[in-house]
Design a protein around this ligand. Structure first.
Ligand code: NAD
Length: 295
């Protein structure tokens, strides 16, 4: 298949490389020359513009920073929606606000394209290994067309419903993660203050009603869970700045939908404090240090 890939950064670069490895002809574009060159070294044909990459493509994949760039790349004059051939499959895998995702979908459908929003979880390691989870929003027909390509880049592809529902699933999931990490940080700090060894609390709680994914995989204290960033001086992993981005998207979505998310709001405030203190580049589990008063 002839695919255009726009946004060849930390995630998009290896995702495009996996499409090439699977035998697809990938024409790529990025505003950052070094990222374009790195992609070219992996078999992506470097295009001089998004328009050039999209010419003749049957599918377009975008992996851009935020809603602003996605709206621009798709909806500006000379953008993807205007220049792609009618009926092109459009896949946006960026993590963006639900409102922008739905606005781009609407413009794409009006122009006769088939679009899905397909944000991911799994990080750079998942992008490199082709093991990402895709949360997909869009019509059934568009999902069926996108699935074979998403299967190349990921191992878990879930259709979450109509336009924007992929982004909705992503923000809801990551709001749970942010809130549970704070809960674990408080509980393990309280345990220590009460003279309870973290190993003992983990042995009990990980098998009890307090157990959760973040505790089992990202425990914020070192020496207990092998996969925890706490063992590597909180080198990410999943950076606190990325968690804050996703929490802010959850609050934007909550405001637009009129939904009450008081714990999501508190988590957003706490991660804002943590990131503003210069910790955005640490793993999100390092927030336990702020709870304990040492960051
Ligand atoms: P990144 O900054 O490394 O890559 C984004 C790329 O888009 C950059 O290379 C940038 O130059 C390019 N770009 C920006 N504007 C452009 C434009 N107008 N035209 C062409 N290219 C343009 O970011 P990333 O880490 O690859 O993340 C991409 C998306 O994936 C984000 O929405 C992020 O939230 C999401 N995400 C990232 C991770 C992760 O672990 N890095 C995990 C899950 C989801």
């Amino acid at each position: 298949m002839r695919i255009a890939f726009i946004g060849l950064g930390n995630m998009g670069g290896p995702m495009a490389a996996n499409l090439v490895k699977a035998g697809h002809e990938v024409s790529g574009f990025d505003v950052m020359q070094s990222n374009l060159e790195a992609a070219a070294a992996n078999g992506v044909t470097a295009a001089g513009s998004a328009k050039e990459a999209v010419a003749g493509a049957e599918a377009v994949v975008t992996m851009l920073p935020a809603g602003q760039q996605v709206r621009a790349v798709y909806m500006e004059e000379g953008g993807v929606i205007e220049t792609a051939a009618k009926g092109t499959l459009l896949i946006d895998s960026s993590t963006i606000d639900v409102g922008s995702a739905r606005a781009v979908h609407e413009a794409a459908s009006a122009a006769g394209h088939h679009m899905v929003d397909a944000p991911v979880s799994g990080g750079v390691a998942g992008a490199e290994g082709g093991t990402l989870t895709f949360m997909v929003g869009g019509e059934e027909g568009a999902f069926e067309r996108a699935k074979p390509l998403l299967d190349v880049m990921g191992k878990n592809v879930v259709h979450a419903g109509g336009a924007g529902n992929g982004q909705a699933a992503k923000v809801c999931n990551n709001m749970i993660l942010g809130i549970t990490m704070l809960g674990i940080s408080e509980a393990f700090s309280l345990g220590q203050a009460l003279g309870l060894e973290p190993e003992k609390l983990f042995a009990i709680s990980s098998k009890s009603s307090g157990s959760c994914w973040a505790m089992l995989n990202h425990l914020p204290l070192p020496g207990i869970v092998e996969t925890a960033a706490a063992n590597r001086d909180y080198k990410p992993g999943f950076a606190a700045g990325m968690m804050l981005k996703d929490l802010k998207l959850s609050q934007q979505a909550a405001a637009e939908a009129g939904a009450a998310t008081p714990l999501g709001a508190e988590a957003t405030a706490l991660y804002t404090l943590f990131c503003n203190a210069g910790n955005a580049g640490l793993d999100y589990s390092a927030i336990i240090k702020m709870i304990q008063g040492s960051k």
